[in-house]
Design a protein around this ligand. Structure first.
Ligand code: PLP
Length: 384
């Protein structure tokens, strides 16, 4: 079917999220697989999008690097939450979702055969995007408790290593990197002169006492780090696809060059809506965290009751469980079987990993769903 696809993209033909969501829709199953929220973001932000369309703000191509007001809000956000002080003129770029910021960054910094280090399991687009750039993905297995393994990272570095592609809070495991862990990564990045692409799509989804620390705040890191955020994840509008990157002018200039030849600009009215969103940011992020926190506890308690206690996540809206206690050999076997058997969809970690010896028995659950949906899913699973 895809004979015409260039060979280097063949391993990336399928998206597990697309496949599983389609299956869920076909079977009328409870979709605890794909991690989109089933409740839209705040009314005030929705209204701002409608108002922008009505009043003609952003209906034609917005400025290439993003609406200036939005870039100013992003700069203010980085300062308010992290004491980072990007100049909105040169050090911020608005993108078509965090995804485009990741693609543009990888294409900007990764040349043919350059190596991109990433922790395994990974967000599925990382190896695919590395392949787009002609680079080589180097998945570094996380520790048995799914923490970043710094000695494994150090051992994976070669003279072809170019980029360290980080993600904290981490999808799929929910791990939030600690200050110590980040310091270890920063030391390696400085020592080996790596550019760090830091995907912080879940920056506002951490559960106390865990807190999010952008690696760019560590000594020596600002100048080598592109920090990426997602309006979809932070404001619960994943369909709008507005994201951003910030960092030092030389790195952001390179990202801008690539990005202008990808989507050129992204959703004008949605950019204006996020200006409004950021102005209410503190309240919005707090509300989101609080509701996800309750849903996390609901899901985790339920999974424990069923006999598959999760690794309770410090961040994101995902939790992972080892399914062997229920008599399954692997997460893949479990995820193949449960849609038909009990009408629930989940994601096998093996689809997000090249280290099945570690990830094989695990399954990822999304709790970005209404409490009723989570309860329905759990009730169905208890029939297993
Ligand atoms: C959802 C997600 C993205 C993509 O974010 P968009 O803003 O929807 O493009 C990037 N990274 C991670 C880890 C994600 O979970």
């Amino acid at each position: 079917m895809t004979d015409r696809l260039v060979p280097r993209l063949h391993p990336h033909e399928r998206s597990i999220f697309g496949d599983m969501s389609r299956l869920a829709a076909e079977l009328g199953a409870v979709n605890l697989g794909q991690g989109f929220p089933d409740e839209d973001g705040p009314e005030v932000v929705r209204e701002a999008a409608i108002e922008a369309i009505r009043s003609g703000r952003g209906n034609q191509y917005p400025p290439a690097h993003g609406v200036p007001e939005l870039r100013q809000e992003i700069a203010r956000h980085q300062e308010h939450f992290y004491e980072l002080t990007p100049d909105w003129r040169e050090e911020v770029v608005v993108t078509t979702g965090a995804a485009e910021a990741i693609v543009a960054s990888v294409l900007a910094f990764v040349d043919r055969d350059d190596e991109v280090l990433m922790f395994d399991p990974f967000f599925d687009m990382y190896p695919a995007v590395t392949a787009l750039a002609g680079g080589a993905a180097v998945p570094v297995p996380m520790s048995p408790g799914f923490r970043p393994d710094l000695s494994a990272l150090a051992a994976a570095i070669t003279d072809r290593s170019r980029v360290l592609l980080l993600n904290s809070p981490h999808n799929p495991t929910g791990t939030v990197f600690t200050a110590d862990e980040l310091e270890g990564m920063a030391a390696l990045a400085v020592k080996h002169d790596l550019i760090v692409i830091s995907d912080e799509a879940y920056e506002h989804l951490t559960y106390p006492p865990a807190r999010h620390i952008p690696i760019a705040t560590l000594p020596g890191m600002w100048e080598r780090t592109v920090t990426i955020g997602s309006g979809g994840k932070s404001f619960s509008f994943t369909g709008w696809k507005v994201g951003w990157a910030s960092g030092p002018a030389d790195l952001i200039a390179a990202v801008r060059v690539v990005r202008q030849h990808l989507s050129y600009v992204s959703g004008g009215p949605f950019q204006w809506a996020l200006v409004e969103g950021f102005r209410h940011g503190e309240v919005i992020f707090d509300d989101l965290r609080r509701s996800m926190w309750l849903q996390r506890d609901l899901l985790c308690r339920g999974l424990s009751d069923i006999g598959i206690p999760p690794i309770v996540p410090d961040g994101t809206y995902f939790a992972i469980t080892d399914v062997r206690p229920l008599g399954f050999d692997s997460g893949a076997q479990f995820c193949d079987m449960i849609p038909d058997r009990v009408g629930v969809v989940a994601i096998p970690l093996s689809a997000l990993s090249e280290h099945p010896e570690r990830s094989g028995p695990y399954v990822r659950w999304a709790f970005s769903k209404r409490p009723e949906t989570i309860q329905d899913g759990l009730a169905r699973l208890s029939d297993l």
